[in-house]
Design a protein around this ligand. Sequence first.
Ligand SMILES: NC(=O)c1ccc[n+]([C@@H]2O[C@H](COP(=O)([O-])OP(=O)(O)OC[C@H]3O[C@@H](n4cnc5c(N)ncnc54)[C@H](OP(=O)(O)O)[C@@H]3O)[C@@H](O)[C@H]2O)c1
Length: 338
Amino acid sequence: MKNVAVVGASGAVGERMIRLLEERNFPISAIQFLASPRSAGKTVTFRGESHTVRPISKEAFRGVDIVLSSTPGGVSREWSPIAAAAGAVVVDNSSAFRMDPDVPLVVPEVNPQDVAKNKGIIANPNCSTIQMVVALKPLHDAARVLRVVVSTYQSASGAGQKGIDEFEDQTRAWGRGEPIPAPAKFAHPIFNNCLPQIDDFLPNGFTKEEMKMVNETRKIMGDDSIDVCPTCVRVPVAYSHSESILVETARPLSAEEALALWREAPGVTVVDDPSQLQYPLAASAEGRDDVFVGRIRNDLKNPNALLFWCVSDNLRKGAATNAVQIAEELLKLEPARA
Ligand SMILES: NC(=O)c1ccc[n+]([C@@H]2O[C@H](COP(=O)([O-])OP(=O)(O)OC[C@H]3O[C@@H](n4cnc5c(N)ncnc54)[C@H](OP(=O)(O)O)[C@@H]3O)[C@@H](O)[C@H]2O)c1
């Protein structure tokens, strides 16, 4: 039984984290819910009991075994090392530590063994990257992935509670025939739009989100030779990210072979019956934990290339589910480290 703290408990990911600890019956002896002073005093119901959200503090981490943290990067950078120094293992959802060579970056379907290398912090990868690597892993094991060209269709909830609120406010205003409120979280209105920008632009012309997909994929798969060519787009969908993926492999891989590999792969569900108009959909993936793949086709010319469509709930497998699965991997280790 573990003493657990959920940090960022009032946020979009934190809320799912709480539900997942309940659903997966995580062994908990004590639990507390922390956020910024803005949320202090709010209540959270966990396993039928009401808990008060408290402001984050050094004292709060005393005696805590596992911290599930989902705060902005700057907050994690400050507080996750404090929690780790107090003796906890922190599963951190932010981008603060993902590329730190001393911090494992883990997707349990891909590199669960890296959990054991933790020195107090384990990073949870970027949401678009998690669903992509879960789908790529069985193909990589069978035919070695050389290059991935991916375009994402990322939901508003990927930008947290403020992203969800902005999408809903703009959609409601349109429904009432009112002017669309000015954007604040996104650079342009998200309603009735597709924004080919997620996070800031870098000097190389890619965005930070796109470079996360490049660098995190290599670190999780343990293969720096994998080429990732991403274009990340925010779309007017509330929940679940969709991705169009072209993958090139070292040896030819037929669509049938890929389907057989995915049917055996943990965390992957195949939805691929074009005759019945069945393929993965964002609305169907919402609230589910799997990564859904479909629309699988061989490239028209290149026998070493496959195309497919990949969908997953960004707040669940893209964040909270993956974090709780990492915590479950911790339970399998020596009690001293968990
Ligand atoms: N949304 C996604 O799909 C997704 C996926 C993967 C990873 N992530 C990452 O997960 C993290 C959280 O994302 P989110 O979408 O849940 O964002 P969110 O809805 O904005 O929630 C942020 C949480 O952090 C807390 N927080 C903010 N400032 C704080 C401070 N100074 N001290 C303590 N707590 C503070 C907030 O508390 P208050 O309510 O009190 O402000 C809230 O609980 C981010 O790093 C994000 O990049 C998000």
